[in-house]
Design a protein around this ligand. Structure first.
Ligand code: SF4
Ligand code: SF4
Length: 294
């Protein structure tokens, strides 16, 4: 079963030097991976041979020593691609960007998160510096951005002019600070096709420092404290009621298993993770916990 998981994402710690209004991470910034978690993760990586590893935070470059500790103890990584999702704070010059990226024991891809919320903390020039630093170090580079309204297209054009790289577009979901600040992608109507979709993260697994393993990297983990979503081992997670129902079923089937009606769905439930959270909340409200039908 584990071999079906292509990627292990590792949350190194929750500290970040930016404070974006739409940030999903609202955990205690003092929490970071402990020495025993580092050893556990290194052993799991060595045993399972994931195709890729992803380091996230907070801001992962604030924890390079911890990432390197895991990478150095994880055995042969020659067939494993290692990437980070960063805010690019260190790329105030190409030279500084090279210095930071080169300090990872292994790093193959850099993904920069940049949008109007990040732009309050990071000049556009850093994107160009980071792009050229990756080019010099022969590392892959891409940008992910979120669009909240049509005006954001102007910033998207500026991002694209910073270099030759792909820009992935995501929709802002009401998670963490985005939820508190009422930042959300406006859907005009409910897209019924969402009921045929699955969890977008089902071929991956995340380790959240201080919490454990979960396929979920979104609304349920950050907005809810449901016990059955996070587990101390990957095997326990893959054998959980949560994984077997929420993750492996499509949302229409999952709603039926929970006994939750889909007639009250609203336009914002066109986003899989927002729908997923809605279904869990409804099940809890009506049953006191989420129970699935056989
Ligand atoms: S969105 Fe990313 S860069 Fe912004 S505060 Fe959150 S972790 Fe930091
Ligand atoms: S909220 Fe649901 S659909 Fe989204 S990543 Fe988590 S489990 Fe998957």
């Amino acid at each position: 079963m584990v071999s079906e998981l292509k990627e292990l994402g590792i949350n190194l710690g929750y500290r970040c030097n930016f404070r974006c209004a739409h940030c999903s991470v609202i955990e205690d910034p003092r929490i970071k991976l402990s020495a025993s978690e580092v050893n556990l993760l290194a052993k799991i990586i060595e045993g399972h041979k994931f195709r890729s590893l992803l380091f996230v935070g907070g801001e992962p470059t604030l924890y390079i020593d911890i990432a390197n500790d895991i990478l150095s103890k994880a055995g042969d990584l020659s067939r494993t691609s290692v990437r980070i999702t960063t805010n690019g704070h260190f790329a105030n010059s190409k030279c500084n960007a090279i210095k930071t990226l080169a300090s990872f024991v292994k790093l193959d891809r850099v993904q920069l998160s940049y949008d109007k919320f990040h732009s309050k903390f990071l000049p556009l020039a850093n994107i160009r510096n980071l792009f050229y630093a990756c080019k010099a170090l022969k590392k892959k580079f891409n940008v992910t951005t979120v669009l909240e309204n049509p005006m954001d297209i102007l910033l998207l054009e500026k991002i694209k002019r910073a270099g030759k790289f792909t820009v992935g577009i995501q929709k802002v979901l009401p998670i963490g600070r985005a939820k508190t600040n009422h930042i959300n992608h406006p859907y005009p109507s409910l897209d019924q096709k969402v009921l045929r979709k699955h969890c977008p993260n089902r071929s991956k697994i995340m380790y959240f420092c201080g919490r454990g393993f979960s396929t979920c990297c979104s609304s349920l983990v950050f907005n809810s404290r449901e016990k059955d979503m996070i587990h101390p081992t990957i095997e326990r997670h893959l054998n959980s009621k949560f994984y077997k129902t929420a993750v492996l079923s499509n949302f229409g089937r999952f709603a039926r298993k929970l006994g939750v009606s889909t007639k009250d769905l609203r336009p914002e439930h066109s986003a899989p993770c927002t729908l997923c959270e809605f279904l869990f909340n409804r099940a809890r409200e009506s049953q006191g916990a989420y129970n699935v039908r056989p």
